[in-house]
Design a protein around this ligand. Structure first.
Ligand code: TRP
Length: 448
């Protein structure tokens, strides 16, 4: 990488532009689709506490670490490890694992993101006007079993992602600045409607009952894995985003904003759905589908429900889009910076690769017996959330804590932060965060 190309890297236009792009990356299907159902399956309150603990102990320190590394190296995640480790083979392998995670996650993520387009469209044209709580489940099953539709929506989604990526940071920023605030308002509104229609007490009892005896080993692991997933950590997504960041932006402030807004949206998403589940005493068999089943049925009870539904799924689609672009960017900048392939060509290569793997995921929910048996979507989700993201995060933490020179790291903090924040962060990033993840990994391996 020559100096001129370093200077030619695109940059975020402002601190706000950067923060909102990171929030866009963090807030996505993880918050609105995944978190409500895993919190539901794991019994609510106590799970949420463990999740919040993971966010504070590993999430926040590592998000700052990734941005520190990225802004210092000004490269993609593989390039960052390569450059800062002086070509060390181990760290280069870690960099490759990061690129693998991004590719794997985007392959299934794009399929689920495509579902929101179908629900947007059918709500808008009124096809869901007779949807009830009883019919919403079968409708969902039928939809994900329809191979043609699955492939079409996945293709549209990958296409949109690639299109924005072609335009670099400018495209990302523009889209996210408008859409994220809109999503926030709508989530708040729908939570209000849910509470109004179905009451709040059961939901509050569920979310604020801290019965830790209900927590299983699986629940703890899921909480930690999800902390990585929801904050877009463990694969260098924030390394890449940080690499486009001007020097004068405070990384600590950015990290705080991203963490708080991401957590808020996840909890609000539960408040949208749980009142309905408890209020209607509906059976939630396929809890992974509650974003589509539970909510789409509730919209019908509202005046103008199809319009609200359409707007809602559209905004979820945008939240997903601002996440998918952050998943494609690491791969594209890797191809670009490692093989010197121009951005345009790199985008096409990267998007095509993910599109093909995504098709295997898309056909695995009933459309094809063969792919359904393989269940690639579940496997990739499990492999990344439970293994490659936490392991990647632990190694990123150690790398930033021990292998990069202290001067280089310190240079990424402001003077006030150096006095107030740096010593604690340094302690966490060296000892607490990696140890926490390491214990979780040992736990997963069945060591104790
Ligand atoms: N955080 C996003 C979500 O919650 C998904 C995502 C985007 C992601 N970039 C990532 C997950 C990088 C892990 C790593 O929907």
């Amino acid at each position: 990488m020559s100096d001129t190309s370093v200077q030619a890297r695109s940059q975020w236009s402002s601190s706000f532009g950067f923060i909102i792009a990171c929030v866009g990356s963090a807030v996505g299907l993880g918050n609105i689709w995944k978190f409500p159902y895993i919190a539901y399956e794991n019994g609510g309150g106590a799970f949420v506490i463990i999740y919040l603990l993971a966010i504070a102990v590993v999430g926040f320190p590592i998000i700052v670490a990734e941005m520190v590394l990225g802004r210092h190296a000004k490269l993609n995640s593989f390039g960052t490890f390569k450059k800062l480790s002086q070509n060390n083979i181990f760290w280069k392998a870690v960099g490759l694992m990061c690129i693998f995670s991004a590719t794997a996650i985007l392959s299934f993520y794009s399929v689920v993101a495509g579902w929101t387009l179908d629900y947007f469209w059918n709500s808008l044209v009124g096809n869901f006007s007779d949807m009830t709580f009883a019919t919403s489940g079968p409708r969902f099953g039928e939809f994900v079993g329809n191979g043609t539709k699955q492939i079409i929506y996945h293709t549209i989604f990958m296409f949109m992602t690639a299109f924005i990526i072609l335009r670099g940071t400018k495209g990302i920023e523009k889209a996210v600045k408008i859409l994220m605030p809109m999503l926030g308002v709508l989530v708040l509104f729908i939570s209000g409607v849910s509470f109004y229609n179905y009451g709040a007490s059961d939901t509050f009892n569920f979310m604020f009952s801290f019965d830790f005896s209900t927590i299983t080993q699986h629940g703890v692991l899921e909480a930690v894995g999800h902390a990585f997933f929801t904050l877009s950590l463990g694969l260098g997504c924030m390394i890449v985003y940080g690499s486009y960041l001007p020097k004068d932006v405070s990384l600590v402030r950015a990290g705080i904003w991203i963490t708080i807004l991401d957590t808020l949206i996840a909890v609000m998403a539960c408040f949208m759905m749980y009142p309905i589940i408890f209020g209607t005493k509906m059976e939630v068999n396929e809890s992974a589908a509650i974003l589509f089943t539970t909510l789409s049925a509730q919209f019908n009870s509202l005046p103008g429900g199809n319009i609200i539904a359409a707007l809602f799924y559209l905004l979820v689609a945008f939240a997903a889009l601002s996440s998918t672009i952050s998943l494609l960017e690491p791969l594209v900048s890797f191809i670009d910076e490692t093989y010197n392939i121009p951005r345009k060509k790199g985008t096409i290569i990267g998007a095509l690769l993910i599109w093909v793997i995504g098709i295997f995921c898309a056909l695995g929910n009933g459309a094809s017996e063969f792919f359904t048996n393989i269940a690639l979507m579940d496997k990739l989700d499990y492999l990344t959330s439970n293994w490659t993201l936490p392991v990647g995060g632990m190694l990123i933490s150690l790398f930033a804590g021990f292998f990069v020179s202290r001067e280089a790291v310190k240079a990424e903090f402001t003077e006030i932060e150096l006095a107030n924040f740096y010593p604690i962060w340094n302690f966490f990033i060296r000892y607490i965060s990696p140890l926490f993840v390491f214990i979780v990994i040992l736990y997963k391996l069945g060591v104790f």
